[in-house]
Design a protein around this ligand. Structure first.
Ligand code: NAP
Length: 311
């Protein structure tokens, strides 16, 4: 699987850098070599991803189709086993995020929670380690490697002391992004690497590298800085894909502002019966008002499962 993973990482970088419209992408599952808009000479262990309807069909090659919301559907799994196909289904969609970011001129967001069956992400004392299983931990590191930035709220920094880097898989560290509280203790982030940390707040902080303070105005004190303003600023900084790792207040704020593109919920087989709810939004009165998804899937993750919804 390592070669397929490297091919996915290479594809993500190639798509981000590609200046022209993309019709077809080809990755080799053994050599990790990538071709864009150009059929490779060796089709052995090759995967073709069609990005639009104009691309011609190629027989006898494992083929995926990119859907209009950025999901991937399988047209032909030839030459790849069930585990490889599941892996491709999980991670190929994130290679194409740059296309949407360039179109919308803002960073595209994928938000992730590990939650209980009753939708809790922490106990009332703030304990959340570990609701997700080991497959979910590795998944989070894969997602960090596939994204240019990883974003959390200040209270998650305080409660969890996260490092937010890539340790469990190969891949580049994302830019770390923190929203909020100037009094946050950044020790856990600073101790693990001296790579850039962007701190978005309403006031300029007296911080030195690798911390960088970015001030954006907040018109509404209750909700803080507008999420879409944060995403426009991140795009200007070259960040096309952002992995939002919580907590509840931060993610709920993004969802409420229509600033979440893909929602990942790792559902663990446990019930708290109390604790911190993953998503809290303004009251609705009818089922018709519920947020629904253009496309979604439920995929197995060890003893648990992951819901992925495309908004
Ligand atoms: N199970 C999981 O997957 C998971 C994942 C992450 C976290 N957690 C848990 O979630 C808990 C923390 O969640 P939480 O809801 O209390 O807090 P949070 O979302 O981590 O942080 C909230 C704070 O972030 C800042 N913030 C968020 N959005 C902002 C915006 N648009 N503009 C400016 N600032 C913004 C504000 O900081 P200021 O108030 O400082 O301005 C806000 O109070 C912890 O217990 C953690 O363990 C669980």
């Amino acid at each position: 699987m390592e070669n397929i993973w490297n091919a996915i990482l290479n594809l993500k970088e190639a798509i981000k850098a590609y200046p022209q419209p993309i019709h077809t992408c080809w990755i080799n599952g053994d050599t990790a070599v990538v071709h864009i808009n150009k059929e490779p000479s060796d089709l052995n262990r090759t995967i073709l991803i069609h990005c639009d309807n104009e691309a011609p069909a190629v027989a006898d090659v494992a083929t995926f189709l990119l859907t209009s919301v950025g999901n991937i559907t399988l047209a032909n799994p030839k030459g790849f086993n069930e585990a490889e196909v599941l892996f491709l289904k999980k991670y190929l969609p994130y290679c194409f995020i740059s296309l949407k970011a360039k179109r919308l001129k803002r960073a595209i967001t994928i938000t992730h929670f590990a939650q209980t069956l009753d939708a809790k992400i922490a106990t009332n004392t703030g304990d959340s380690k570990w609701i997700g299983n080991s497959e979910n931990l590795i998944h989070a590191h894969r997602m960090r490697a596939l994204c240019d930035g990883v974003l959390v709220g200040s209270r998650t920094v305080e409660a969890d002391n996260p490092k937010l880097n890539v340790r469990h898989v190969t891949g580049k560290n994302p830019v770390r992004i923190v929203l909020g509280n100037p009094n946050s203790d950044f020790k856990s982030l600073l101790n693990c690497s001296n790579e850039k940390i962007l701190v978005f707040g309403k006031e300029k902080l007296k911080v030195s590298a690798p911390l960088e303070s970015i001030v954006l105005p907040s018109k509404c004190p209750k909700f803080g800085i507008k999420p879409l303003a944060i995403l426009s600023k991140l795009f200007q900084l070259g960040i096309h894909a952002v992995y939002i790792e919580g907590g509840a207040k931060t993610t709920s704020n993004f969802i409420n502002s229509n600033a979440v593109d893909i929602l990942q919920l790792h559902i663990a087989p446990m019930i708290f019966g109390s604790g911190k709810a993953s998503i809290t939004l303004p009251n609705i009165e009818t089922v018709k008002e519920a947020i629904s998804f253009q496309e979604y899937n439920f995929l197995p993750f060890g003893d648990s499962m992951m819901f992925t919804g495309f908004l």
